[in-house]
Design a protein around this ligand. Structure first.
Ligand SMILES: [Mg+2]
Length: 289
């Protein structure tokens, strides 16, 4: 029996969710329906790369009818299903019914570091992590319902947090946290809505590069990768793919330091995703890559 090969042959699309495939405010993917249908028809793997948790991604995959590998919590880990072309993967470890390759520090270590940093009352008032918040706080901040907000709280490799106020004291506190994080083997990245505290060297690009390497063995030839994002925390992913695709943030536009030659959407969210990913896939078809 021949070894199963990657569906769709040689193109893989890696995508951020919030502000990219999902609209920033409504979390709708309706605007991306035509190109999502095309990706499904052509059997192109669509790999979610997000700051969301495994619990959140599994739910979203169910909505999309997607059963491809996925990368959670800003590159904290890549999860590969134990089915189809992925079922013979030996890399990583068994976790929650998947093969998991981990890249980050554990949530417990991250929370311990944050608790030590926030030993002063003043800092506790400025920095609020998901672990400090009630479910209702997260629902109010994100617009997620109780089930989704609960899934967002089930973290494994990163802590999203907010800085209270636009004051000089708040800015100074964030700088101090960043410096202390670096000393302790952690770092901070910025997503569309929150800052994220995570292990040093943990980012979407590193997880995407490792995933491509793992999947190359299943593809029987060259893989061409497309990566889609809208925020600072997507830049390492965009640098790790062949064809970077940028979606503008509805308020901040494109992040600074975006790669030259990226395909740029003219609209934010799922409509922009549809437009720009469609264009990237057309380019691949036309050049025969
Ligand atoms: Mg985003």
């Amino acid at each position: 029996m021949p070894a199963p090969t990657l569906p769709g042959g040689r193109t893989i699309v890696f995508t951020d969710l919030d502000g990219s495939l999902l609209d920033h405010h409504s979390y709708s993917h309706a605007g991306a329906a035509p190109v999502l249908a095309r990706i499904r028809e052509e059997g192109i793997p669509l790999i979610i790369v997000t700051s969301k948790t495994r619990a959140e991604v599994v739910e979203i995959q169910r909505e999309f009818g997607n059963a491809d590998p996925f990368i959670v919590e800003n590159g904290g880990a890549a999860y590969f299903p134990r089915s189809g072309p992925y079922r013979f993967l030996a890399a990583g470890e068994e976790a929650a019914g998947y093969r998991r390759i981990g890249f980050g520090r554990s949530y417990g270590e991250i929370r311990d570091f944050l608790a030590a940093f926030k030993s002063e009352e003043k800092k506790r008032e400025i920095i609020k992590g998901f672990g400090d918040m009630e479910l209702e706080d997260i629902m109010a901040l994100t617009g997620l319902d109780a089930v989704r907000a609960g899934a967002a709280k089930r973290r494994e490799f990163s802590e999203p947090f907010l800085i209270a106020g636009e004051t000089d004291a708040a800015a100074a506190c964030l700088r101090e946290l960043a410096a202390e994080a670096r000393r302790r083997g952690f770092e901070i990245t910025r997503g569309g809505r929150f800052h994220h505290l995570l292990g040093a060297g943990q980012d979407k690009g590193r997880a995407v590069a490792a995933t491509v390497k793992t999947l190359r063995g299943l593809a029987g030839g060259k893989i061409t990768t497309v990566g889609v994002g809208d925020s600072d925390n997507d830049l390492t992913m965009l640098a790790a793919v062949d064809i970077p695709v940028l979606i503008p943030h509805p308020h901040r536009g494109f992040p600074a330091g975006t790669p030259a030659g990226a395909v740029r959407a003219t609209r934010p969210g799922s409509e922009g995703w549809n437009e720009a990913v469609g264009k990237a896939l057309d380019g691949l078809t036309n050049t025969g890559r």
